[in-house]
Design a protein around this ligand. Structure first.
Ligand SMILES: Nc1nc2c(c(=O)[nH]1)N[C@H]1C(S)=C(S)[C@@H](COP(=O)(O)O)O[C@H]1N2
Ligand SMILES: [Mo]
Length: 513
């Protein structure tokens, strides 16, 4: 026998109303994001419609009170009003569901009208329609659950699950929509910057610099394949139009450079191989690009650096900091404020719209992405990683360690008998590679053929052809730099090496069949 339904308490009823409208707004926001049409979000469309109708004196008052947070203030106010209306609708629906359904429908209609006014094209209506459908369905569902007998365990659990599920779903949908909308803004901003044409292009890469047909990487890494390392769970979505670089601290005059000022300067292009200190021996965290930008030394000269400044601290929009010994920056003409890679604006994951790149230094002490500030300080300031125990005397930051890697054959590959081609890359930024040697099955070190040298700050490809009998073989590689340093065989993992970088030699085991 089923127990008769009873009206839910006021709090539960109010919550059902609020959650239904939240679900509606979340669904609308998500569909707008999927449509790449942020202003089709019913919530934002209503906000924009309100802004359009706000008399100018009220607008200036809002700006004087809330500053650049005026949009946030408006949207927060709207959210509060909508929540109150939704709660009232919920309470009015304790006995029958139609008052709540009517209010949800009315709000949906309002959102739809705002979207019609604020956007063009018929597809944008999908967002308010999704919102309306989600709002009505969720309200009907929650209403039914709230009226189920709360004294039965299943009823209470069902209610909790329903409410919790809707809350999480609405939040996820809203966040997803915001994320998608932000991406679209940034994509449009990158397109508006357009291809970058350097006034001083990098010298062309000679065709003999890499042997991708033999298994080495291409000399320039496509931006989409460039290794990525950062502490960010989601990529900061910044627009170039709003980006400003502030140079301050121990300078004669603080300067603020909008992105538009930087992109309008004569741009230089340099071929630079970047490496992460966390790259294990044989690992993938090394890539090369033609970086386009403005020499950091020029910008610092404009601000006038105090003679007692020691450290250049790069600060990203999220507060992340990286410290570089100042002499490394001033001493290297290719230390860049970079805005582009391989002719295009930076990709968002590589720091769009601006980042630093300092040849010869690991990324964690040089290559701030999403850069918003350069601060001149002493070594007394501890940037992000130093504060987390990677203390190392910032004055004594080590240059990138000499290293080499076997790309072909891949580990445990099976290759046909006869002449086997081994190929890979090597790097010793700042000094340059003079030679690469390969040892097969604990034999003698044999010199490999080298690709054309491009720059001491870039990697150098190598290959070696050797006849090999069927069976299992091992190959080990070592590099020698132009100062005569031979890559050590002493194996230190990146974790144990701490801020100094891994050492050791890359060995690959493969079978000839
Ligand atoms: N804002 C910011 N910049 C950053 C980092 C970061 O976590 N946040 N990581 C650094 C590290 S450790 C490296 S190796 C390089 C990697 O740059 P990439 O991802 O473009 O290859 O960025 C550096 N710049
Ligand atoms: Mo790194």
């Amino acid at each position: 026998m089923s127990t008769p339904d009873r009206p839910p308490g006021r709090a539960v009823a109010a919550l059902a109303g609020v959650l239904s409208v939240a679900a509606a707004l979340g669904a609308g926001h998500l569909v707008a994001g999927l449509l790449s049409e942020p202003s089709a979000s019913p919530f934002l469309a209503v906000g924009n419609a309100v802004v359009d109708r706000t008399p100018n004196p009220v607008k200036s008052f809002a700006i004087s009170v809330f500053g650049s947070d005026d949009k946030t203030a408006l949207l927060t106010g709207m959210a509060v009003v909508i929540a109150l209306v939704a709660a009232a609708a919920g309470i009015a629906s304790r006995r029958r569901s139609w008052p709540g359904l009517a209010v949800v429908a009315a709000l949906g209609l309002l959102g739809g009208l705002a979207v019609v006014e604020q956007t063009s094209g018929a597809w944008t209506l999908l967002a308010p329609i999704a919102a309306l459908v989600a709002g009505l369905a969720v309200f009907a569902g929650l209403h039914a659950r709230a009226r189920a007998n709360p004294r039965r365990d299943t009823g209470r659990r069902g209610l909790l699950l329903g409410f919790g599920g809707v809350a999480v779903g609405a939040a996820l949908a809203g966040a997803g929509g915001a994320l998608l909308a932000g991406r679209r803004d940034v994509a449009a901003s990158r397109r508006a910057v357009g291809p970058l044409v350097p006034a001083r292009p990098a010298p062309p890469i000679p065709p003999g610099a890499a042997f991708p047909e033999l298994g080495t990487p291409t000399f320039l890494t496509p931006a989409s394949e460039f290794y990525r390392v950062d502490v960010n769970l989601t990529v900061p979505q910044l627009r170039a139009q709003e980006a400003v670089l502030r140079i301050h601290g121990m300078v004669d005059r603080e300067i603020e450079l909008p992105f538009s000022d930087i992109v309008a300067r004569p741009l230089v292009e340099r071929t630079i191989t970047m490496t992460c200190v966390s790259n294990p021996v044989g690992g993938p965290y090394v890539s090369t690009a033609n970086f386009i930008g403005v020499p950091l030394a020029d910008l610092l000269a404009e601000a006038g650096v105090h003679p007692d400044a020691q450290q250049l601290v790069g600060r990203a929009v999220d507060g992340f900091t990286i410290g570089t010994p100042l002499d490394r920056v001033l001493g290297h003409p290719d230390a860049l404020l970079a805005i582009g890679m391989n002719g295009e604006p930076l990709l968002p994951e590589h720091g769009f719209p601006m980042r630093a790149v300092v040849p010869g230094l690991y990324g964690y002490v040089s290559a701030t992405k999403w850069l918003s500030e350069l601060e001149l300080t002493t070594f007394a300031f501890d940037p992000y990683w130093e504060r987390r125990g990677w203390d190392g005397d910032p004055a004594g930051i080590v240059p990138i360690k000499i290293s080499s890697r076997i790309d072909a054959p891949a580990g445990f590959a099976e290759v046909p008998a006869g002449e086997v081609v081994l190929a890979g890359t090597s790097w010793a930024q700042g000094v340059g590679i003079a030679g690469v040697e390969v040892r097969l099955d604990d034999g003698e070190w044999r010199p490999a053929e080298l690709g054309d040298a491009v720059d001491p700050d870039t990697w150098r490809m190598w290959y070696l052809r050797v006849p090999l009998r069927p069976g299992r073989h091992s190959a080990t590689v070592r590099a020698i730099d132009r100062a005569g340093t031979v890559q050590t065989g002493e194996r230190v993992d990146p974790i144990n090496a701490g801020p100094d970088g891994a050492t050791g030699r890359h060995t690959v085991i493969f079978s000839v069949t």
